[in-house]
Design a protein around this ligand. Structure first.
Ligand code: BGC
Length: 768
């Protein structure tokens, strides 16, 4: 219903014309964020139509009581969710007594733009109210990247065909709820409301977790470009403060309100200071002024784009889509704070509770590694390092001992908060992704110190988990991992999911390899780590023998690994033979039918082949791709990107492009009719991967950087940049040539289509 209304544009997401049916979808798509906070593109003025109000603060969550049918031992007590935070954007408007509400007045023109280059959201519209008054409204809003506790709105109203009374009331409102609240509870308690001349603030506290937030506003008015000080009247209720102003408008008069607002919160300041800090921060913002903050915003984003932009020539929609993905990722996570992470919906909706999943390690880390300073990806790793104690506690609750760690499937603070047994207890492959991310980081940056200072402790704890979770089969004389859910969540409680067994084996080897290396090369660290983790030499041989004797389901006759034991006993019918009317199967079929079917939700065996591509020959990869992809329904947003990358690798260009389109415009074209719930932020990293690792063929195995670029027939050229060990490399690919440019002063050795090349500082190599 909401497909294809976004107007193609290089740098902006644009919507023209008003359609109430599209409001919630656009609220997601036009979301803005600055890493510290983010919000859906809700209207400032009243809106009585269908809307999902959403404004979120990084790190502020509530442990909502779980809602499960039948309690099982080991389930977590709660489901952590990022809270919908007090509304600071609100501006109530009346014209000669009539409320401005796009749902009830006649909308003559409507334009909305999210400018990704400069990171602002604009709306402009002309409406006629039921009293025949016509007004033109323009609003420009952004969340400052330099003052991350501040958001600013410039909101103008022009009287088009009348002289009359404008009543304008900027407000802040802490009376908000979460749509996904399990028991319709209120999550906030208001502690204090206060006011000063042109401003106000509300101090509120989350129940149970006791985070405190001061939501503040300061308002400045102009009439026809000149500052005015209209008389204020305020109304207050228990959770709400509004400042009302009445301004006489002559025809063509234009009133502009500059609303400076935002959140100051207790993760960053002492609780007792929150309101005074809020006052200071907003006063500073007022002193810099709207134009000054906007200029700064543009400069901040120039820096972001300088290292992360991807340029695509010859396909405007593809250009818009890739920038949208890069933009949203940068709005969600800036890497300044190791306590924050990337929820699957970022700041664009409530689904998934805003919590951290394995998506971060499996998909997002490579994006941040290549487009930012290494500290950003390091902070994502530190997030898990800092939660290691909780992961050990979590494993202990499930019966594991001796410092084994099981990282949660979903978390805000390190504790598991997912509670479906088949996922909480069984989707344990996530533990492997934690280690894979460490490997990825160290391999990419060369920063082995990370392993010494932090990583090894995590690697040991996860190796202990796998060594206890694997069980020995006397019958097969090999180790099994029983009762799991692989990345393909359309199979539960299976035995020997190939991906899980493979990553477990790899983790055990990686633990052995690193512990042995540290023993030889860094004896002091070896001692310290051994002491801290209570490590015993004998663990090495245990890990080795389990890894060496791990079982992998395999079909000799077909020459492929089976997704799990018994996979071949299923009725194998390719997805293309399923009628459209039965898809997506997760909406059309019973869960029972899904579980018995051969259909694969997202890359599973192929996820492993993607992670460990260097362990397999091209022929093996091809055989597995050709077997599993036709059975894959891609009903997770994380699915198409992995398939696109593998298809590029295998020179299956059409497939690679088909899968790329599915990931790149998933939200903009709302393929799955669900964008109203929020955007798929973590899979956006997958879109970036599809260009850089897929078409660009970038790989970084064993300390070797390589490219093998191809280009979709539909494009004229594309280029991307990566930051590799402090060298900034630009790769340009057209149908005629490939150009590698070193934009930095650091020379770089790399491989292009298997040729070793040395790129001098500021050097350029062109290959035909
Ligand atoms: C996927 C998981 C993913 C989660 C959050 C699920 O649909 O199957 O792999 O972690 O969404 O993105």
């Amino acid at each position: 219903m909401n497909h294809n209304y976004i107007i193609p544009n290089k740098w902006s997401i644009i919507e023209e014309g008003f359609d109430a049916e599209r409001v919630t979808a656009s609220e997601s798509l036009f979301s803005i964020g600055n890493g510290a906070m983010g919000q859906r593109a809700n209207f400032e003025e009243a809106y009585s139509g269908d809307t999902l109000q959403g404004s979120y603060i990084g790190g502020i969550y509530y442990p909502d009581k779980t809602r499960v049918g039948w309690w099982k031992n080991g389930y977590p007590e709660y489901f952590a969710k990022v809270l919908n935070a007090p509304n600071w954007i609100g501006i109530a408007i009346k014209i000669d007594g009539q409320e401005l509400d796009l749902n009830t007045c006649k909308v003559i023109a409507f334009y909305r733009e999210l400018n990704m280059k400069k990171a602002w959201l604009k709306r402009s519209f002309i409406v006629e109210l039921s009293n025949a008054r016509q007004v033109k409204v323009e609003s420009l809003r952004f969340l400052s990247f330099s003052l991350t506790e501040v958001g600013v709105i410039k909101y103008s109203i022009k009287a088009l065909n009348f002289s009359g009374m404008l009543e304008i009331a900027p407000y802040i409102d802490a009376g908000i709820v979460n749509e996904d609240s399990n028991y319709d509870e209120f999550f906030w308690k208001v502690l204090d409301l206060s006011e000063n001349d042109n401003g106000a603030s509300i101090l509120s506290e989350t129940l149970k977790t006791k985070f405190q937030v001061c939501t503040g506003m300061k308002n400045v008015f102009h009439l026809n470009g000149k500052k005015i000080n209209p008389t204020k009247k305020s109304t207050k209720s228990e959770k709400y403060i509004a400042h009302h102003y009445q301004i006489d408008l002559a025809k063509d008069d234009k009133v502009t309100l500059y609303k400076y607002a935002g959140y100051v919160q207790s993760m960053n300041h002492p609780k007792k200071d929150l309101c005074s800090v809020s006052h200071d921060v907003l006063s500073k913002a007022v002193a810099i002024g709207f134009a000054g903050l906007l200029k700064q915003q543009k400069q901040d984003w120039e820096k972001i784009w300088a290292t992360s932009d991807i340029l695509i020539k010859g396909d405007l929609k593809a250009q818009q889509a890739i920038r949208f993905n890069i933009f949203q990722l940068n709005q969600t996570y800036t890497g300044k704070d190791a306590r924050l992470n990337i929820g699957p919906k970022g700041f664009t909706g409530e689904k998934y509770g805003g919590s951290t999943y394995w998506d971060t390690e499996a998909y997002c880390i490579p994006f941040y590694l290549s487009t930012k300073d290494k500290q950003v990806a390091k902070n994502l790793l530190l997030y898990r390092y800092n939660q290691l104690d909780k992961a050990i506690e979590n494993a202990k609750k499930l019966g594991f001992t001796k410092g084994a760690a099981l990282y949660p499937m979903v978390t805000m603070n390190g504790e598991e908060s997912h509670n479906e047994w088949e996922i909480t207890f069984e989707e344990i492959h996530r533990n492997g992704a934690m280690i894979y991310a460490i490997y990825n980081y160290v391999n990419y940056t060369g920063d082995y110190n990370y392993i010494l200072e932090y990583g090894m402790e995590v690697i040991i704890a996860v190796a202990r988990f796998w060594s206890q979770r694997a069980t020995f089969s006397n019958f097969k004389n090999q180790y099994m991992i029983l009762g799991v859910t692989g990345p393909n969540e359309y199979e539960n409680n299976v035995n020997n999911n190939w991906y899980t067994n493979y990553i477990a084996k790899w983790c055990l080897h990686y633990a052995v390899e690193n512990m042995q290396r540290i023993g030889l090369e860094y004896p002091t660290d070896y001692k310290r780590i051994s002491h801290k983790t209570n490590f015993k030499e004998s663990e090495i041989s245990d890990w080795q023998s389990i890894a060496n004797r791990m079982y992998f389901p395999h079909s000799e006759s077909m020459g492929i690994f089976m997704q799990q034991d018994g996979f071949l006993d299923k009725e194998i019918i390719p997805v293309k033979e399923l009628p459209d009317s039965e898809r997506p199967i997760n909406q059309k079929w019973s869960w029972d039918r899904i579980l018995r079917s051969c259909y694969i939700k997202q890359a599973d065996v192929l996820q492993g082949m993607y992670f460990f591509e260097d362990h397999f020959s091209d022929l093996k990869l091809k055989n597995h791709f050709e077997y599993y992809e036709p059975l894959t329904v891609h009903e997770s947003s994380l699915s198409p990107c992995v398939h696109s990358i593998l298809a590029s690798k295998l020179n299956m260009d059409e497939k690679a492009y088909e899968m790329y389109l599915r990931t790149a415009r998933l939200d903009l074209d709302d393929y799955n009719d669900e964008v109203h719930e929020g955007c798929h932020i973590t899979s956006m990293a997958g879109t970036w991967l599809s260009v850089v690792q897929g078409f660009g063929g970038m790989r970084n195995f064993n300390n070797k950087l390589s490219f093998n670029p191809s280009i979709p027939a539909e494009w004229k050229s594309y280029s991307f940049k990566i930051n590799y060990r402090d060298a900034i490399i630009q790769v340009y690919k057209s149908h005629k040539e490939t150009i590698y440019t070193n934009l930095s002063d650091k020379p770089l050795t790399f491989f292009a289509n298997n040729r070793r090349l040395v790129l001098a500082q500021k050097g350029l190599i062109s290959l035909k």
